[in-house]
Design a protein around this ligand. Structure first.
Ligand code: CP
Length: 320
C-alpha cells in the first residue's frame, strides 16, 4: 500500500480487515517497534474528535510520533498552478506539501467539501494536490467525497458481529438539520461492495448518491422494506447530490426507531458519530445493547493501525 485515500488503494481489503482485528488482539505495547523513529503529520482543515484522536492513538501504539496541525485556521493555501499570488493566499501547495514531507514520514489530511460546487468537490482537489506534491504517503482522514478509515473500521465492526449466514447490511439515509457531505455514505458503499454481504441502500427520492458509488447496489425508497430481515442497519444523513449540497426533504419519518428496528433480524445499529439523538436515531435504539456505535469508534484505532503498519512496512498483498 503506497497511500490510503480509498478502497482502490488496497489490493485486498478483507485482508486489511483481518490485519486490524489481529492488531486489536495484540498485547498492549507489543507493537511499538513498528513505527519507531517515524512521524506522522495530521493536518485538519476541518474539525474532528474520533479521527483525530484514534489516528494519533494508532500512531502511539505503533511507536510513532504524531504532529497535529489545525490547517483550517488562518493558513491560506493556493492550489492553482500559475496563480499570481498577490491576494490572501500566502503559500502554494507545491511548497507546503514538499515542506511537510521533510518533517513527516506519512501525511494525513482531513478536508470537507464546500457543498457549493459539485464538480470541484468531486475532483477531491485538496487531497489530490497533497498526493501530487507530497513526497511521502498520504492518508485521507476524510476527504470531500470519501471517509475510508471510517469504512474500514465499520467493516471491522461488522466482521466482529457477523452472523453465521451472509448478512444483510442496510445503509439508510436519516434526517439531520444541517446539510452534510456524502463522504461517509459513498465510502461505506464502496467498501461494503468488496465485502461478503447483501447490501441495500435506502433513502427518500432526491437523495440518490453518485452512480460511481451506487453501481451494483440494491436501492429502495422504502425504509421499512429495507429494514426487513436486516442484520446491520447503518444510519447516516447526507445532502442531495443532484441538487448539490441542498436539503431537499426533511422527513422525520426516516428517523431510526425501535419500531423500525423490530422489522430487522435482531439487527445491530451502526452510525459513524457524531449523531443527533432523536433526530437521526431514537434514544431507545442508541442506548440498546444492539447499538455498535462505541465499538465502531473503538475500531477506528485498529483500522488506523492497520493502515499505518501497511504503509510503514509495505503491504504484502499485490499492489493494485
Ligand atoms: N466519524 C468521524 O469521522 O468522527 P470525527 O468527525 O469526530 O472524526
Amino acid at each position: 500500500m503506497k497511500q490510503f485515500t480509498s478502497v482502490h488503494d488496497v489490493s485486498d481489503p478483507a485482508a486489511l480487515v483481518q490485519e486490524a482485528l489481529a492488531l486489536k488482539r495484540a498485547p498492549r505495547g507489543s507493537l511499538r517497534h513498528i513505527g519507531q523513529n517515524r512521524t506522522i503529520a495530521l493536518l485538519f482543515f476541518n474539525p474532528s474528535l474520533r479521527t483525530r484522536l484514534s489516528t494519533q492513538k494508532a500512531a502511539i501504539e505503533l511507536g510513532m510520533s504524531a504532529m497535529e496541525y489545525n490547517a483550517g485556521q488562518g493558513w491560506q493555501l493556493e492550489f492553482e498552478d500559475g496563480a499570481v499570488m498577490n491576494l490572501d493566499k500566502a503559500e502554494h501547495i507545491r511548497e507546503a506539501a514538499a515542506v511537510i514531507s521533510q518533517y513527516a514520514d506519512i501525511i494525513g489530511i482531513r478536508t470537507f467539501p464546500g457543498l457549493q460546487d459539485r464538480e470541484q468537490d468531486y475532483s477531491d482537489y485538496i487531497l489530490k494536490q497533497f498526493q501530487q506534491h507530497a513526497r511521502v504517503p498520504v492518508i485521507s482522514l476524510e476527504s470531500a467525497i470519501r471517509h475510508p478509515l471510517q469504512s474500514l473500521a465499520d467493516w471491522v465492526t461488522i466482521e466482529e458481529h457477523r452472523p453465521a449466514h451472509r448478512p444483510k447490511v442496510v445503509l439508510s439515509w436519516a434526517p439531520h438539520p444541517r446539510a452534510l457531505p456524502q463522504a461517509v455514505a459513498n465510502s461505506f458503499l464502496e467498501w461494503m461492495k468488496r465485502a461478503d454481504v447483501d447490501l441495500v441502500l435506502a433513502h427518500p427520492p432526491g437523495y440518490e448518491l453518485a452512480e460511481a458509488f451506487t453501481r451494483g447496489v440494491s436501492v429502495t425508497h422504502n425504509q421499512n422494506e429495507a429494514f426487513e430481515g436486516a442484520d446491520f442497519v447503518y444510519a447516516k444523513n447526507w445532502s442531495s447530490y443532484q441538487d448539490y449540497g441542498r436539503i431537499t426533504c426533511q422527513d422525520a419519518g426516516w428517523m431510526v426507531t425501535p419500531e423500525k428496528m423490530a422489522l430487522t433480524n435482531n439487527g445491530q445499529f451502526m452510525h459513524c458519530l457524531p449523531v443527533r439523538r432523536n433526530v437521526v436515531v431514537a434514544d431507545a435504539v442508541l442506548d440498546s445493547p444492539n447499538a455498535l456505535v462505541i465499538e465502531q469508534a473503538n475500531n477506528r484505532t485498529y483500522a488506523a493501525m492497520a493502515v499505518l503498519k501497511g504503509l510503514l512496512e509495505g503491504w504484502t498483498g499485490t499492489e493494485p
